[in-house]
Design a protein around this ligand. Structure first.
Ligand code: HEC
Ligand code: HEC
Length: 222
């Protein structure tokens, strides 16, 4: 008798859970169909940016310190992917390890992430500049043609000839601070940034001087 009651209770609970889940699913689909839930809201994104992110990335995504990347005019899907990669979820370690950004990505919901990405990507980039006259030629050569002897492919093949990138897969590099770009290439090479097997393989074959030259060159790309 006890067992029957227990089984009935379990059945009732699971049915309730299923009903709740399907009601939720129907609601989610209905909202999706209206475009309500799925569409990012740049205004809501701007509120988060003003309160939290602006101190480092600028209110309009043009950070004033070369340590903090510029986010203006970056592709929204790329920004979203980075925020997810910074956030450690379900007990899995983050794929892009950075203590500062881990702390700021952790409290964001997926909707928040979509909203801030929509906001920053809609802002106008105030590009950085190249500074190293002596390595411009090397930087340009690598960017346009790669390094044949080391099987390093041309950056332009994925990041586009003018460095604007190709949405949604390949991020913009043009106008980014050289210091930040250099730091990322070194992180890919060392394995500190593990969220792109492609970039890890490429950076692994590059010397410090090659990384520095191409990072400076892309800062000046328009
Ligand atoms: C205290 C400074 C600070 C704050 C505040 C901050 N960030 Fe960052 N952010 C950084 C730094 C530093 C990096 C570079 C991390 C690295 O080297 O991997 C970064 C990287 C990023 C990137 C990756 C950019 C790229 O080109 O790959 C995104 C996206 C980003 N931040 C979004 C945000 C958002 C959204 C907020 C607000 C919720 C925020 N950040 C708040 C310092 C900050
Ligand atoms: C086969 C395609 C491919 C090629 C070739 C390539 N990249 Fe990338 N690169 C990517 C992808 C994909 C990402 C995004 C990784 C991610 O999701 O985090 C990326 C990201 C980057 C980033 C990080 C940008 C940021 O805002 O943090 C830098 C810097 C970069 N690439 C530099 C280069 C340079 C320099 C070259 C040439 C030596 C190059 N890439 C060649 C595919 C490529």
């Amino acid at each position: 008798m006890r067992n029957t009651i227990k089984a009935a209770a379990a059945w009732a609970t699971s049915t309730l859970a299923l009903t709740a889940a399907s009601t939720w699913l129907v609601a989610a689909y209905a909202q999706d169909a209206k475009g309500g839930a799925a569409k990012p809201d740049a205004n809501k994104g701007q509120q988060i940016v003003t309160q939290v992110c602006a101190a480092c990335h600028g209110a309009d995504g043009n950070s004033t310190s070369p340590v903090n990347p510029k986010l203006a005019a970056q592709h929204p899907d790329y920004l979203l992917k980075q925020l997810k990669d910074f956030k450690a979820e379900g007990g899995k370690p983050a794929e892009r390890v950075n203590a500062v950004m881990a702390a700021f990505a952790q409290p964001l919901s997926e909707a928040d992430m979509r909203n801030v990405s929509a906001y920053y990507s809609s802002q106008k980039l105030k590009p950085a500049f190249a500074k190293l006259k002596d390595s411009v030629e090397l930087g340009q050569k690598i960017y346009r043609g790669g390094i044949a002897s080391k099987a390093v492919p041309a950056c332009s093949g994925c990041h586009s000839p003018n460095g604007a990138g190709i949405p949604a897969q390949f991020p913009r590099l043009a106008g980014q601070y050289a210091d930040y770009t250099e730091a990322q290439l070194v992180l890919f090479r060392q394995g500190g940034r593990k969220n792109s097997p492609q970039m890890t393989a490429i950076a692994a074959r590059m010397s410090d001087a090659e990384i520095k030259a191409v990072a400076d060159y892309v800062a000046g790309l328009r």
